[in-house]
Design a protein around this ligand. Structure first.
Ligand SMILES: [Zn+2]
Length: 81
């Protein structure tokens, strides 16, 4: 009984890890070819995959921190050509 319970718990944790990674991948995937322009100083930022995946979203913009001025704000994605 103890082994069964432990196996069930491990499968549950595995499924949770898979679901979280799928969600993070789906959040990052559409913005993989995009950069962001800071609304405060106008410089271009290209955040990393994990930052893009976990950053809060509003409509089609993401809450990100600017790399050059350090201020946080909602930035619109601009697609690379
Ligand atoms: Zn800035």
């Amino acid at each position: 009984m103890q082994i069964l319970l432990r196996a069930f718990l491990m499968i549950l944790i595995l499924i949770a890890i898979i679901v979280v990674s799928i969600i993070l991948y789906k959040r990052w995937r559409p913005l993989r070819n995009a950069h962001f322009i800071c609304p405060h100083c106008g410089s271009i930022t290209t955040p990393g995959r994990i930052v893009l995946a976990i950053s809060p979203a509003r409509a089609d913009s993401r809450l990100l921190q600017c790399a050059s001025c350090g201020r946080v704000g909602y930035m619109q994605p601009v697609w690379d050509v």
